[in-house]
Design a protein. Structure first.
Length: 373
């Protein structure tokens, strides 16, 4: 398994929600701030997607294409770049209320209670909105290296187009039936959409410069800075300000380009070893030997791409993995300490408290309370 595949597994997409939409005329669907990965897949027609600060970032999604939003802000799907002030429908509550399909017909002002402009655009579109929860902490390094929306719009025919077409047909078939295992199947399909969006994004970046190294945009002073995803974790206090953590995910402003490391065969192997065997007593020399580099070579190369040293990355990953185990309440704290490579419970507890601001036991209790109704 390659490192990116392992990261996809660790993100643990779950609780997939979806809604199919058929709209015509002048229309707008809005979604307020949400903590999901969102996919807009267009079946026919086109959808104008608005997102970012005050929804000023815009993309046009055409038939048999999709867009993935990694941002946690609000967004709107609409019939044109600018639409009249409609009483906009909200996208996902329709799903939670049991309305899987949503139909909007604003082609005739006499047949709708929406406020209309004098010049209604006859824009018919069919699309599906899919959103999925995910493990935010585990996904942070990957999502911080991505833009708010991807992949870039492309006119070329590639494997991406085929995967989107086949995946869309599969998804529509699955949502139309009530068969055992439907929830799991939808989670797998959402994962497929995510993987394909990221793969197409990386491949287009490579093509834009004609070089396999095109996603490495590090600057001369990268070695002196820390990537944005290294920071304080999500706070346990429900009233705490989470904006800095949300920005680490949503703004994609990591100083080190984590994706660049995936395209480097030496660094990709180093990352894979740390993610696959976090319990091993890794040293810089051991990682360098396993990856085919000298210690100084690995250290310098890793810092240039990722923004921190390999051992700092390993420590951060171990603690994020430990936090995930604690949230899952599957293992004892002593077992978790062993699984993430700490020599003693005491050293693990100290490192965890420095990173998360509380002991492993308090962290587990806090998340256990949150999970209860």
């Amino acid at each position: 398994m390659d490192i990116l595949s392992r990261l996809f597994d660790e993100m643990h997409l779950q609780k997939v929600q979806y809604i199919t939409v058929k709209a015509s005329g002048s229309w707008q669907l809005v979604q307020s701030r949400q903590d999901y990965l969102t996919f807009i897949v267009v079946i026919s027609g086109k959808v104008h997607l608005c997102y970012g600060n005050d929804n000023n970032d815009r993309q046009v999604i055409t038939a048999n294409n999709m867009m993935m939003l990694t941002t946690q802000g609000s967004y709107a799907c609409q019939s044109a770049p600018m639409v009249s002030k409609l009483t906009a429908k909200t996208i996902m509550p329709a799903h939670t209320e049991g309305q899987i399909g949503l139909e909007i017909d604003n082609t005739n002002s006499g047949q709708t209670n929406h406020a209309q402009s004098n010049h209604v655009q006859d824009n018919e579109a069919q699309f599906i909105v899919v959103r999925s929860q995910f493990d935010t902490d585990m996904a942070r390094p990957l999502l911080s290296a991505l833009p708010a929306s991807l992949p870039p719009v492309t006119q070329k025919h590639s494997a991406y187009n085929d995967v989107v077409h086949i995946g869309l047909q599969f998804f529509l078939l699955e949502v139309s039936l009530q068969r055992p295992g439907k929830t799991t199947m939808l989670e797998r399909l959402a994962g497929m959409l995510m993987i394909e969006c990221i793969r197409e994004y990386v491949e287009q970046l490579e093509m834009a410069s004609g070089s396999k190294d095109s996603i490495n945009h590090t600057t001369d002073n990268t070695l002196d800075r820390t990537p944005s995803w290294i920071g304080h974790p999500w706070q346990i206090d429900d009233d705490a300000d989470h904006s800095s953590e949300n920005n680490a995910i949503s703004n994609g402003d990591g100083n080190g380009n984590w994706l660049a490391a995936l395209k480097d065969p030496y660094l990709s192997n180093t990352l894979y070893l740390m993610h696959r065997y976090p319990e091993d007593a890794w040293t810089l020399q051991g990682l360098a030997k396993a990856s085919g580099l000298s210690r100084s070579g690995l250290n310098e190369r890793f810092k240039q791409s990722v923004g921190i040293t390999p051992l700092a990355y390993l420590s951060n990953y171990r603690l994020r993995l430990a936090a995930r185990f604690l949230r899952q309440e599957q293992y004892s704290i002593s077992k978790i300490s062993e699984l993430v490579g700490y020599a003693s419970d005491h050293s693990f507890s100290g490192a965890f408290k420095r990173r998360y601001g509380q002991s492993p036991s308090h962290y587990r209790k806090a998340h256990s309370r949150k999970s209860k109704p």
